[in-house]
Design a protein around this ligand. Structure first.
Ligand code: AMP
Length: 114
């Protein structure tokens, strides 16, 4: 999608602090980190949100989490733990309409979330 900021980051048209990339996924540091490690993992393929996924996206969603877990290990979080967050829609506080997984770690994280 030409107007999507995360599509542009995936295409290298907008700079990002990239920590991982392969043919299907890109991971980069969040501009406004909420934890010592705050990385966004996105599929290169544009999907607006979890509300839009279909059973045909199961492989993509599974590999998104497998990729994010590998990125967490790469960043040294495997021993201490971390959290994945996928905000969806208005009540989920999604602000960028391109599916993305937040990887948060590097400190104890509170529960329940706000
Ligand atoms: P969400 O609120 O779940 O849609 O998360 C969107 C996230 O994208 C926020 O945490 C923003 O700080 C982050 N963000 C927005 N633009 C950029 C950017 N150009 N580079 C890195 N992170 C960004």
């Amino acid at each position: 999608m030409t107007s999507c900021i995360f599509c542009k980051i995936a295409a290298g048209e907008i700079p990002s602090d990239q920590v991982y990339a392969d043919q299907d996924f890109v991971a980069f540091r969040d501009l406004q980190p909420q934890a010592p490690v705050h990385v966004l993992v996105i599929p290169r393929r544009h999907v607006d949100a979890l509300t839009e996924v279909t059973p045909g996206d199961a492989d993509l969603l599974g590999r998104l989490q497998v990729t994010a877990a590998a990125v967490a290990a790469q960043l040294g979080l495997a021993a201490t733990g971390y959290r994945f967050v996928v905000n969806c829609g208005r009540d989920g506080c999604q602000t960028v309409p391109h599916l993305h997984l937040h990887l948060l770690g590097g400190r104890p994280l509170g529960w329940p979330p706000g």
